[in-house]
Design a protein around this ligand. Structure first.
Ligand code: 13P
Ligand code: 13P
Ligand code: MG
Ligand code: MG
Ligand code: MG
Length: 381
């Protein structure tokens, strides 16, 4: 029988500011999920990455199932009630609709789901992020599924040597394209190296079209039409036996890369792999965090998690991320720490620029006025 792994997440309030979703919120969400065990869910695990609540759920109802999405929505609404009661910052931030309508997609929460026949042993890694956007996974997915210097299995495992297929979203044009690795890796990189426009949605194993990875890619800011925080992503990756080994999956984050997000969603900064207890971004509201929770599925039961980035061997990555953070911060409001204008469309920055609009003069016109003024004052021949 097939099992579905659904990760649905949202930010419904922070303690304080955008730093943390406190226990009270997780408890409220958990209470709703607990009551749905047996009837809707097989199992669940609720955690947070910074101010985002991540609900990891298993069931037999397939992806995009209304009952499961409604349950997740109810849990997030319950947490929102508590957030409002506590007057947490941005209470209900990511719930952009007042009512549920069939699927959480388009309503604000992020969602990554996959359905598969559970293997004799089914290791999965669930990644949860804060202070960044879905394209943050482009580079690590490439490392996991296309870079043999990162994933040795691409060279050693006969079921992986035929490669992987990427489903890439054009988040601006709302289109998608399938690209095959390794044959098309150069063109694939031409797309996904542009993290402003393209985000990897899913990865499939080409040998048998088995789903290997999926990422949430809801465009929160575009849905809201104004800045309401970043669409901090989650992702699921299956590991071992024809998929990258767990350590190969994690290796994608061993060399921190720069991602969009951080303070006010307006800055590039490193993404730092952290343990669950260290997922509370505070410095300049960041830098971006990623947690990796390892589970073994057992007839849909979530055995675990193993908090994989708690491993000491990621200390160097964290140190490096902190050095990168320092370097980027020194740029203040200057690019390339600051995002380009095209990526700030849904932040508060365009409002500031709009205020300056009428102050601009044609370049020639401006110079003449100034020169005349100066001549009149007699400062110039
Ligand atoms: P173990 O001998 O610890 O099971 O390791 C096997 C392996 O393949 C590690 O990548
Ligand atoms: P979140 O998307 O995590 O709420 O971050 C918003 C923000 O503005 C951080 O400075
Ligand atoms: Mg927030
Ligand atoms: Mg967040
Ligand atoms: Mg957010």
């Amino acid at each position: 029988e097939k099992v579905t792994l659904s990760v649905i997440k949202a930010d419904v309030g922070g303690l304080c500011g955008h730093t943390l979703a406190p226990e009270e919120l997780l408890d409220a969400a958990e209470y709703v999920l607990e009551n749905a065990l047996d009837e809707t869910l097989i199992d669940y695990y609720v955690t947070n990455c910074g101010d985002d609540i991540d609900m990891i759920m298993t069931h037999n109802k397939g992806t995009d199932n209304e009952e499961v999405h409604k349950l997740a929505w109810d849990a997030l609404e319950a947490a929102t009630e508590v957030a409002k009661e506590l007057k947490l910052y941005g209470a209900g931030q990511d719930l952009l609709s007042t009512s549920f309508s069939g699927n959480v997609k388009g309503l604000g929460p992020g969602c990554a789901e996959m359905e598969f026949v559970e293997r004799p042993s089914e290791p999965v890694v669930v990644f949860c992020c804060d202070k960044t956007d879905p394209a943050a996974f482009n580079l690590p997915f490439y490392r996991m599924f296309s870079d043999p210097f990162s994933t040795a299995g691409l060279v050693y495992d006969p079921s992986m040597t035929t490669g992987f297929r990427y489903e890439v979203l054009d988040v601006m044009e709302h289109k998608r394209v399938f690209m095959d690795s390794p044959e098309e890796t150069y063109s694939l990189l031409a797309l996904i190296g542009n993290t402003e426009k393209y985000a990897v949605k899913r990865v499939y194993r080409r040998k048998d079209n088995e789903i290997a990875a999926v990422c949430s890619s809801e465009k929160l800011n575009m849905i809201a039409g104004e800045y309401v925080g970043k669409d901090d992503p989650v992702a699921i990756v299956r590991a071992q036996s024809g998929f990258p080994a767990v350590g190969e999956v994690l290796e994608g984050f061993a060399n921190p890369h720069l991602v969009a997000g951080w303070m006010r969603g307006c800055h590039f900064g490193p993404i730092m792999p952290v343990a669950e207890e260290d997922a509370m971004p505070a410095r300049f509201d960041g830098p971006a965090r990623v947690m990796a929770l390892g589970f073994q599925l057992s007839h849909g039961r979530l055995v675990g998690p193993n908090d994989l980035f708690a491993d000491k061997s990621f200390d160097k990555a964290r140190e490096k991320a902190l050095d990168m953070a320092e370097m980027m911060r020194s740029m203040g409001p200057f690019m390339p720490h600051r995002l380009p204008e095209s990526m700030m469309e849904y932040t508060s920055v365009p409002k500031v620029l709009a205020q300056l609009k009428d102050r601009f003069l044609e370049m020639d016109e401006g110079c003449e006025c100034k020169l005349d003024e100066i001549r009149e004052r007699g400062d110039m021949e």
